[in-house]
Design a binder for this molecule. Structure first.
Ligand SMILES: *Cc1c(COP(=O)(O)O)cnc(C)c1O
Length: 378
């Protein structure tokens, strides 16, 4: 017998994330493949999934669509945001924050982030408001929700729409209010790696604005109203939802809370052990559970690349999200303020290192990861 398991690398993206659900996935495919209705998109399972999330969130409406990215696009389009308009987005985050805004012809305006929580700094955002500004589009980052109370107040004070990119924060709650329900509209993503990821592409728009909901519902299916086929009220797009994904997610939803709780338990363990490292160049995310959802657990390390190599040598796979801030990306630099600087975003891009935090990590693996970080010579 060989005992190589002790030295096996703990992966950052585990290939066995859905292993326990493989039979469920096969059953789901069979169920839909043999259903006499032969309805593969926007059927009754999608409607039930929308209703489940709507009830769960206490939201006015939930509209399932093709991805988290198109969910943002649908919201921007439904709000009438277009050429000549500006949308303030964080300078550090994923590409959809910029490319969805550019996709509707508007301009993303990049606001710097808070140096520790890594979410958009409301003061930086406020300084960028001009007569062209139509919306604020903050994103919850890694494990920390954006400062939604202050951003809400800012949007109200300046008469702006508030779009909440809650793609990674499903299940998070801030001041008793769920992520996704703070903005005029919010989104979730069900792409594989997200906390409620599934076997394919999908997303939702969450909103309690009935007019916005009605428009998003039409836009996702070529501007039709769901009653009159081939009558196109609006210039829409194809961003529909798959029945197999809906059935799979309906059946996995009851386990979501426990999986999120396990992520939070692992993160709490990490933070407890890593807090003393703050004076030695390794800063854990802010502790606590309010406004947190541990989609990703991210350290800020002054010697990030050394720590990354040290972890690899100890068979722990770390991951660097977003090694470049959005305004420095080749695709977006032309839209950014010339000569602009986003010092906190630039520092985050140099220092971020994420650790595995998925719910099926064993306690022994969590301990190995913790020890690997603690033995980094600082
Ligand atoms: C994943 C993600 C998206 C996009 O979701 P997709 O379903 O991959 O299109 C948008 N915003 C944030 C913050 C994300 O992490």
């Amino acid at each position: 017998m060989t005992t190589t398991t002790a030295a096996a690398t703990i992966p950052f993206f585990p290939p066995d994330l859905f292993e326990d659900d493989r039979d469920l996935l096969l059953d789901t495919v069979r169920e839909i493949a043999t259903d006499p209705a032969q309805r593969f998109i926007l059927g009754e399972r999608t409607a039930r999934f929308e209703e489940l999330l709507r009830t769960d969130l206490g939201a006015g409406d939930v509209i399932a669509c093709g991805s988290g990215t198109t969910a943002l696009t649908l919201i921007l389009r439904a709000m009438g945001i277009t050429a000549g308009d500006e949308v303030i987005v964080p300078a550090f985050g994923c590409a959809p924050l910029a490319n969805t805004v550019l996709g509707v012809g508007a301009t993303p305006v990049f606001a710097d982030i808070d140096p520790h929580t890594l979410v958009m700094d409301p003061d930086a955002a406020e300084a960028l408001i001009t007569p062209r500004t139509k919306a604020l589009m903050p994103a919850h980052m890694f494990s920390v929700m954006a400062d939604m109370p202050r951003l809400r107040a800012l949007a109200t004070r300046h008469g702006l729409r508030l779009i909440e990119d809650s793609a990674v924060a499903q299940g998070a709650v801030l001041d008793g209010r769920p992520a996704g329900t703070w903005g005029d509209a919010g989104v979730f993503s069900f792409v594989q790696v997200k906390s409620f990821g599934g076997p394919g592409e999908g997303g939702v728009v969450v909103t309690s604005d009935p007019e916005l909901a009605r428009t998003v519902r039409m836009l996702r299916n070529h501007g039709q109203d769901g009653t009159h086929r081939f009558r196109h009220h609006l210039v829409g797009l194809n961003s529909r939802f798959d029945e197999i994904l809906a059935a799979f997610q309906l059946r996995r939803h009851p386990g979501l809370a426990a999986r999120l709780a396990r992520r939070a338990e692992i993160a709490t363990h990490y933070t407890r052990h890593f807090t003393p490292l703050a004076t030695r160049g390794i800063l854990p995310p802010p502790p606590g559970t309010d406004g947190r959802c541990y989609y990703v657990y991210t350290l800020l390390a002054e010697r990030r690349d050394d720590l990354h190599r040290h972890l690899a040598a100890h068979h722990v796979d770390g991951h660097v999200y977003y090694p470049q801030p959005l305004p420095h990306q080749p695709a977006f630099a032309h839209t950014a303020a010339p000569g602009g600087h986003w010092p906190n975003a630039e520092r985050a891009a140099r220092q971020c290192l994420s650790l595995p935090v998925y719910p099926h990590l064993t306690d022994a693996e969590v301990e190995r990861i913790t020890t690997a970080v603690l033995t980094f010579p600082t």
